[in-house]
Design a protein around this ligand. Structure first.
Ligand code: TYM
Length: 325
């Protein structure tokens, strides 16, 4: 099977990105052929600074490597380095109805958030995402819950293309974890943890221990005293139980049992130390990788070359089917 996924380099990655997506990538690369990229073209659709973009791209690649994505096992590259993404994006946009794009939840959210910058890229980017995916004919796309709607659109574009021009694309399936597909904000457990959240709401992948302790201790809890999973009545505690269970690799029931007669403060203290311990290795690796720019550039060059071979072969088929040669 071929696996593909990507992350937009528009700020610090957080434990939601890690638990919802990257942690699964690391496991999948052991058995499958994997393609992981940094979606830099997508980052241009919301306000950004060109000076920071290179730094964010670099930090995202470092996060992949620090989390355990291996350049020997997986193809790692930057989206804009493989020009076929932009070309296929254009071709697919000619068969994608505008109505479907304006119905996308993320488009609606982002256009509410950035009222003064509702650019055409923001509306069209799910077509670019479809191109990112379909170019490589992957079988599975490991992502968090928020991306499922975009994957549905990708499947419908693939189907439409195949029906209209003849079969080229595979309709990929999403791969979301049972728990962790939607990690919530520590400040508002009814909202997903997000890079554009206020800083208290998320824990960055490379956050310093003291800051992790402060954020976990300040996390919103619920009425009552029990450490019990109950999404509607105890969304804050349930979110923390989910995070605990994923970092500890134990079931939620086991964690509930462990904290049966304990209070919120004891639970939070233990959660903070668990997160700190689990991310320690990533923090250490990041520090080391920050000094190895040449090594990282080399990984990205090689990755783009490997990706290009697959992308160019798909584009040859697409151009032929669409009457462009
Ligand atoms: P992005 O950068 O917003 O998020 C990257 C990955 O992290 C997951 N995620 C979460 N999972 C659980 N809980 C959360 N709170 C949480 N927040 C984010 C996302 O679901 C995603 O898997 N459009 C994509 C990037 C992209 C892409 C692609 C992904 C571009 N092309 C092709 C897959 C295939 C995005 O903005 O993800």
């Amino acid at each position: 099977m071929r696996i593909l996924s990507g992350i937009r380099p528009s700020g610090e990655l957080h434990i939601g990105n890690y638990l919802g997506a990257m942690k699964n990538w690391v496991e999948l690369q052991e058995e499958q052929e994997c393609v992981f990229f940094v979606a830099d073209l997508q980052a241009l659709t919301t306000p950004y600074s060109p000076q920071n973009l290179q730094k964010n791209i670099f930090e995202t690649v470092i996060a992949y490597l620090a989390a355990g994505i291996s350049p020997e096992k997986s193809i790692i590259f930057v989206q804009s380095h493989v020009k076929e993404h932009s070309e296929l994006f254009w071709l697919l946009s000619t068969i994608c109805p505008v109505g479907e794009l304006s119905r996308m939840t993320q488009y609606k959210e982002k256009s509410r958030q950035f009222k003064r910058n509702i650019n055409a890229g923001l509306l069209n980017y799910p077509v670019l995402q479809a191109a990112d995916i379909l170019l490589y004919k992957p079988d599975l796309i490991p992502v968090g819950k928020d991306q499922l709607q975009h994957l549905e659109l990708t499947r419908s574009i693939a189907k439409k293309f195949n029906q209209k021009f003849g079969k080229v694309f595979v309709e990929p399936k999403p791969y979301s974890p049972k728990t962790g597909a939607r990690i919530m904000s520590l400040q508002n457990p009814k909202k997903k943890m997000s890079k554009s959240d206020d800083q208290q709401g998320y824990i960055a992948l490379f956050e310093e221990p003291d800051s992790i302790r402060k954020k976990v201790m300040a996390a919103v809890t619920d009425t009552g005293k029990e450490i019990k999973y109950n999404l509607s009545k105890k969304p804050g505690v349930s979110n923390m139980l989910t995070i605990y269970s994923l970092f500890a690799n134990k079931s939620i029931e086991e964690i509930e049992k462990k904290f049966q007669n304990k209070n919120y403060s004891e639970f939070k203290k233990s959660l903070a130390e668990l997160i700190i311990g689990s991310l320690e290795d990533l923090r250490r690796k990041r520090k080391e990788l920050l000094t190895r720019e040449v090594y990282i550039r080399d990984i990205l060059n090689k990755g783009a070359k490997r990706a290009e071979i697959i992308a160019q072969s798909t584009m040859d088929e697409v151009r032929k089917k669409m009457g462009l040669v």
